[in-house]
Ligand binder design. Structure first.
Ligand code: AMP
Length: 434
């Protein structure tokens, strides 16, 4: 309870609290991108416009909301996305609509509605747009996020799986993102998958008592999903579960081998991950995911696979397809990290004086040749002033070359963040890691 005086003359802090309570804020899990913070987004958008075009892909844009049935039938009612995460609402006409949680089903809908395949046996499309999922927000996980994706529709052949994977790989390459792994697996054709699911279910049933609560539920609706559970108890059980790759028939094996041969021929590095199943129901044969260790628990940068049954599930003609969706928000987080480390490289200042002008220039040259950005003094200022400028400029390191250093063939290295300093021999500059 506040005093009468406080009530009559509330403090600035109390006033601010009241104001904040009445101020309307953005919805949880959504973000404002303020002026000056969009450069890396533009970079991804620029790559999106250039790289898919190199492979013959054209852009498609679909509405932000669709009839709910599209996702129920296309993505699958047993998935987390449809079961728990969709923004579903009735419009004033009484139709159930959903903010799109992904773009493959909408793109497939547009293709069949507009009969886009009549003119070309293979359709190559890319998209960039907002998706919405009601998930618990954290770094890298939002309720509105952006996906960049591509779909190659009309071919049942492994060449198109390999093409789509190479397109994803090329996008990362063009962006300069290298700190990720491309995981590859096969979910086989429906026949093998059905046999495998039964075997897996039998195995899981034997260990049901030790499974997590969510895997106990998932086991009945889609046993494959227990394979990518993050729960430690489930992981222990999954270790010894039957593996789908032992259940591929000749057709499925041939398909999987062919995808890998092309990736190898094009030097696309990948690892086989036989527990990769992906969260959406429509996949068969190839599935893949780009994962990274540098974003904590939200480790998936994107993924995709082949979906030969999707078109039929949403009421169209049987049409094979393969595609991926990349999470742009997470890619931008990766690019931010890259920028930070790039900035670190720019932050060496070489402090020299009349005893060391030439030597300083030579050391700077050596470091620049090694990829470091080095700033040298051209104003003939005192050591103190040079050091002050280096700190002001946000430099991480000062390399000091004074008379003593010249005489002892050494150089002093000062860490400007911690003020620690040490000396190394000049000959060690060739290999020293900052
Ligand atoms: P999915 O089709 O669910 O695998 O999604 C493809 C990619 O979109 C994921 O690998 C993530 O990079 C990204 N993504 C999915 N959900 C979210 C989310 N809630 N917030 C941010 N990115 C997401």
């Amino acid at each position: 309870m506040c005093s009468i005086n406080e009530a009559l003359e509330p403090s600035a802090e109390a006033q601010q609290k009241v104001q904040e309570r009445f101020m309307i804020k953005n919805v949880k899990g959504t973000r404002d991108f303020l002026p000056g913070s969009l450069d890396l987004w533009h970079k991804v958008e620029d790559v999106a416009r250039r790289v898919p075009a190199l492979f013959g892909y054209q852009e498609i844009r679909t509405p932000i909301f669709e009839y709910t049935d599209l996702f129920k039938r296309g993505v699958g009612e047993g998935t987390d996305v449809v079961g728990k995460e969709m923004y579903v609402f009735d419009d004033k006409g009484g139709d159930s609509l959903t903010l799109r949680p992904e773009l493959t089903a909408p793109v497939a809908r547009a293709i069949q509605q507009e009969n886009l395949l009549r003119a070309f046996p293979t359709l190559r499309l890319w998209y960039y747009g907002a998706c919405f999922r009601y998930e618990q927000p954290q770094a890298g996980r939002y309720r509105q996020f952006q996906q960049l994706g591509a779909e190659c529709i009309g071919s049942p052949n492994p060449e198109s799986d390999a093409e789509i994977i190479m397109l994803g790989y090329s996008i990362f390459k063009e962006l300069g993102v290298t700190d990720y792994t491309l995981n590859l697996n096969s979910l086989a054709n429906l026949h093998c998958r059905t046999i495998y699911k039964k075997e897996l279910l039998d195995y899981l049933t034997k260990h049901e008592a030790d499974l997590s609560e969510s895997s106990k539920k998932r086991m009945q609706t889609n046993p494959l999903r227990t394979l990518d559970s993050k729960d430690e108890r489930d992981k222990e059980i999954v270790k010894n579960a039957p593996r789908i790759l032992s259940y591929l028939d000749e057709e499925s094996q041939r398909h999987f081998d062919a995808v890998q041969s092309i990736l190898k021929a094009c030097n696309v590095p990948y690892v086989i991950n036989d527990t990769l199943v992906r969260g959406l129901d429509y996949y068969s044969h190839t599935v893949f995911e780009f994962t990274t260790k540098s974003l904590g628990t939200q480790d998936a940068l994107g993924g995709g696979g082949r979906y030969d049954n999707l078109f039929e599930q949403i009421g169209g003609k049987a049409t094979p397809g393969v595609g991926f969706g990349l999470g742009v928000d997470r890619i931008v987080l990766m690019l931010e990290k890259l920028e930070q480390s790039a900035n670190k490289l720019e932050s060496i200042w070489l402090i020299s004086n009349e005893f060391s002008r030439e030597l300083g220039a030579a050391v700077a040259t050596t470091l620049r040749n090694r990829g470091y950005n080095v700033v040298t003094d051209v104003q003939r200022r005192s050591f103190k002033n040079q050091l002050t400028s280096a700190s002001k400029a946000g430099a991480s390191w000062a390399l000091i070359l004074g008379e003593d250093e010249v005489n002892s063939h050494s150089i002093t290295i000062k860490n400007l963040n911690t003020s620690e300093q040490n000396s190394i021999l000049l000959s060690e500059v060739q290999t020293y890691e900052f």
